[in-house]
Design a protein around this ligand. Structure first.
Ligand code: GLU
Length: 489
């Protein structure tokens, strides 16, 4: 049997990490088993649909490296793949259920239903549909229609039936018949089917074999199973993945800004898609070995639903930063350059030299080992992106040291003679000369130079740093530092 899986987002907002992870698990399972992965858009809740959300979902999924074989934007043999384009199909199946006696028109108004629920709660019962319209005669129906009432459609569900199914992740799950809410609506008064109805028709017609989705859908599954039964169809296998919790163990709120929750933001903040792919795969799934840095191919090769966890997954921002850093390190500077361009672009005026692509490439190469995200580059490399540097208090303290003046003067002399543009090798030779001429070595030699040129005592390789700063700026900063030191002295 070839497996067919789908991700079926409602286009009501941006792609959240929870949704992306669901998409990923379905995609991985399909790939692992040489099956088909489908992107379907569930837009039955018209009031909540957001324009262009579906396209944005698609873009972000593709950015992550998730591709589908059939989908709303590319078609396929089982299309269309957007619920609102499938309304005539649903209509046909609603008629079928009505004809077989499994579904009926309900004329109860919202007010009547609210009142009924209120009375049931007061009597200590679980709110449920009373079944009032279950047995209306044709005449009664006609009379209600003549009153101008617009019906909804409800599924007649067997009374006192415990529904159970074997969840691929959680094992056997059973549902108390009293908790079902009774006959449920399958078509709203606007004629649009509810999610629970559309999803069953679509999963069945699209020959979906496995449904992997978030645990918030567990309570929908019994209703969907009632529908499968009414139609006499075999349901797919269901697996409900656990929630993603914040590092503090609390449920994520979409407004919580302490962790990045939307895929769009990962892109904006300079995360690499392969890192986010890897990180999301490990949120609730664990590979067999200890290795956590895994390529897409390695994850596909190992993926199994048995290793999805029943318990909640904790989002660990430290691990994410580490993982992204590892992937940044592993890419070539040439590869990273186009990705960092947007972060460097705003500095074109304060650092006109950054117009040189070779210079930008060297900047990336110098810093890529220490970046947790690409957007950090301007901040960690600030000394390169403006003519002047701010000295940190440690840098000032270092410059105030007596030996600093000797070192800086010696460097200034060497630079007077060395008129060619700096390279890391030339800087190395120059610093050797400074060592000989100033009699300073080790920290006493390097620190004042770094403090004067970068404003900090620590940073990347000193020779490359000076070369990248360029002769003119190095001299300028050296003179500023010397002026400060002399005035102190
Ligand atoms: N449209 C649902 C959602 O966005 C998906 C439900 C399902 O996968 O069955 O959560």
């Amino acid at each position: 049997m070839t497996v067919r899986l789908r991700y079926a987002p409602s286009p009501t907002g941006h792609l959240h990490i929870g949704g992306a992870r669901t998409a990923l698990f379905n995609y991985l399972y399909a790939k692992r088993h040489g099956g088909t992965f489908i992107l379907r858009i569930e837009d039955t809740d018209l009031g909540r649909n957001v324009e262009r959300a579906a396209e944005e979902f698609a873009q972000n999924l593709r950015w992550l490296g998730i591709e589908w074989d059939e989908g709303f934007d590319q078609g396929g043999a089982f299309g269309p793949y957007t619920c609102t384009e499938r309304l005539p199909i649903y209509q046909q199946y609603v008629s079928q259920l009505k004809a077989s006696g499994h579904a009926y028109d309900c004329f109860c108004t919202e007010e009547e239903l609210a009142e009924q629920a209120q009375l049931q709660s007061e009597a200590g019962e679980m709110p449920h549909y009373s079944g009032k319209c279950r047995h209306l005669t044709a005449d009664e129906r006609a009379a209600l229609l003549a009153e101008g009432r617009v019906p909804t459609v409800r599924l007649r569900i067997p009374e006192n039936r415990t529904v159970s199914f074997v969840d691929m992740i959680r094992g056997e799950l059973s549902f108390d018949p009293n908790s079902s809410g009774g006959d449920f609506r399958i078509v709203k008064s606007n004629g649009i089917p509810v999610y629970n109805f559309a999803v069953v028709i679509d999963d069945h017609l699209m020959e979906i074999t496995h449904v992997v989705r978030g645990e918030e859908h567990i309570s929908n599954t019994p209703r969907q199973l009632h529908l499968y039964e009414a139609f006499g169809w075999t349901p797919p296998a269901f697996g409900h993945v656990s929630l993603i919790l914040g590092p503090d163990g609390r449920k994520l709120s979409k407004r919580d800004e302490s962790i990045i929750q939307f895929i769009e933001q990962y892109k904006d903040f300079g995360y690499l898609p392969e890192a986010v792919f890897n990180f999301l795969a490990l949120l609730g799934w664990s590979p067999e070995g200890e290795q956590e840095l895994l390529s897409q191919e390695a994850i596909v090769a190992q993926f199994s639903l048995e290793r999805l966890s029943k318990s909640s997954a904790y989002f660990d921002p430290v691990k994410l930063a580490w993982m992204n850093g590892q992937y940044i390190k592993a890419r070539s500077a040439d590869d990273l350059l186009p990705l960092v361009e947007p972060y460097l672009a705003p500095y074109a005026t304060t650092a006109p030299w950054s117009a040189d692509a070779k210079w930008r490439r060297e900047l990336v190469s110098l810093y890529q080992e220490q970046l947790a995200s690409l957007s950090e580059l301007p901040q960690v490399a600030s000394a390169f992106l403006a003519p002047d540097v701010q000295w940190s208090s440690e840098a000032v303290a270092c410059l105030e040291n007596l030996s600093a003046q000797t070192v800086l003067e010696a460097l200034s002399d060497v630079l007077d003679e060395q008129t060619e543009e700096l390279t890391a090798d030339r800087v190395k030779d120059m610093i050797k000369t400074v060592q000989t001429n100033s009699g300073q070595k080790g920290k006493d030699l390097f620190m004042p130079i770094r403090a004067a040129v970068t404003g900090e005592l620590h940073g990347r390789d000193l020779n490359r740093t000076l070369a990248l700063t360029g002769r003119t700026l190095v001299i300028q900063r050296l003179q500023a530092a010397l002026a400060f030191v002399r005035q102190k002295g």
